[in-house]
Design a protein around this ligand. Structure first.
Ligand code: ZN
Ligand code: ZN
Length: 189
């Protein structure tokens, strides 16, 4: 399994430290060069050669995380995490795609994938993350007015939505692992 950690200037030090301990063979890619560098880093590794695990620069992994992905037979696996006021269960923050799933979703299909917003943000009324709030029946699709996204390019803000949409178009659903991983809430917007 290939492990990819993309980072920019606002990388979290604790996330980087946890990576060094728990996934020391991870590949580091600096993606602060452009809005689409994250997409290009994923694009070039989206193939049927090796399973791909992504860890984002503000996710603090634990000792069990990599092994949990290695030992799970599902195609699309995610450790969710809490953001202020909501949770993310389909982001790329701590995710593993089996090569079979990547083979089934041509990388060229990802920029045109449609996004399902309700599957993305799950507001929490209680302060706890409510994964059960994902509404699988929602079929409303949105497009983005983003100036960077195009038929071939995806900005870092929308990459997770597009990947999720492309997988769902092929019938895949995320398999959620527990417990949540820790997210350091410092990301630039
Ligand atoms: Zn799994
Ligand atoms: Zn965009």
């Amino acid at each position: 399994m290939r492990v990819l950690f993309c980072y920019a200037e606002d990388m979290d030090a604790s996330a980087r430290a946890a990576l060094a301990i728990h996934a020391p063979s991870a590949e580091l890619a600096y993606t602060g060069t452009s809005e689409t560098a994250y997409w290009q880093a994923v694009n070039s590794r989206w193939n049927d050669e090796q399973d791909l695990m992504l860890i984002e620069q503000d996710i603090v992994i634990r000792a069990d995380v990599v092994q949990s992905f290695l030992s799970c037979p599902k195609s699309w696996c995610v450790f969710p995490y809490a953001m202020p006021g909501y949770g993310l269960a389909e982001s790329l923050g701590c995710t593993r795609f089996r090569k079979e799933a990547m083979a089934a979703v041509p990388v060229a299909d990802i920029p045109g994938a449609l996004m399902y917003p309700v599957r993305w943000t799950i507001p929490s009324a209680t302060g706890q993350t409510l994964w059960a709030g994902v509404n699988e029946s929602v079929t409303t699709r949105i497009t983005t007015g983003c100036d960077t996204c195009s038929p071939t390019e995806i900005c870092w803000r929308h990459l997770d939505w597009r990947v999720s949409g492309a997988l769902r178009e092929k019938g895949y659903k995320p398999h959620l692992h527990a417990p949540d991983v820790e997210h350091q809430h410092r990301r630039k917007q």
